[in-house]
Design a protein around this ligand. Structure first.
Ligand code: RB5
Length: 144
């Protein structure tokens, strides 16, 4: 098992991709925390962004994966919490730079906009890329 605990949360527009990514991470040996939702019943994405923010604040997870229909609503919601740096990602380049430059601790996808294989690739890159620090630390520090 790897040391990181990855939390996953999604609304009804993202739970299918959330579960695909959860299984993918589990198959790679990561510890998983599933914060729901797990059905097509309509829910409100800010509630799932809060579950993620709470899980990271309480050290139940170090890294998060959020999914809603577009990824937009849940990333806006997550970024309301000062300890969350949530990056809505559409390709591996963005996934890499979100770690190297932004020290993102949450990666966000649109379940209705990003294909399963692209999302898996982005997640792999996100999980294997380190923050570069240096001038990027100064910029990240200015966020708060
Ligand atoms: C839910 O229908 C949808 O609005 C939500 O999943 C997300 O796309 C919002 O940004």
């Amino acid at each position: 098992m790897k040391e990181e605990i990855i939390a996953f949360a999604a609304d009804h527009g993202g739970f299918e991709l959330k579960n695909i990514l959860l299984e993918h991470a589990k198959s790679k040996g990561f510890n998983i925390l599933d914060l729901g939702t797990n059905s097509k019943d309509s829910v409100d994405y800010p509630d799932y962004a809060k579950k993620m923010a709470d899980a990271i604040e309480d050290s139940k997870a170090n890294i998060g994966v959020l999914v809603c229909g577009t990824g937009i609503g849940i990333s806006i919601s997550a970024n309301r919490y000062s300890h969350i740096r949530a990056a809505l990602v559409h390709d591996a380049f963005g996934a890499r730079l979100s770690r190297q430059h932004n020290n993102a601790n949450v990666i966000v996808f649109g379940g209705r906009t990003t294909g399963d294989e692209v999302a898996k690739d982005c997640l792999d890159v996100f999980l294997s890329t380190e923050f570069e620090g240096g001038r990027h630390q100064r910029r990240v520090s200015k966020m708060s």
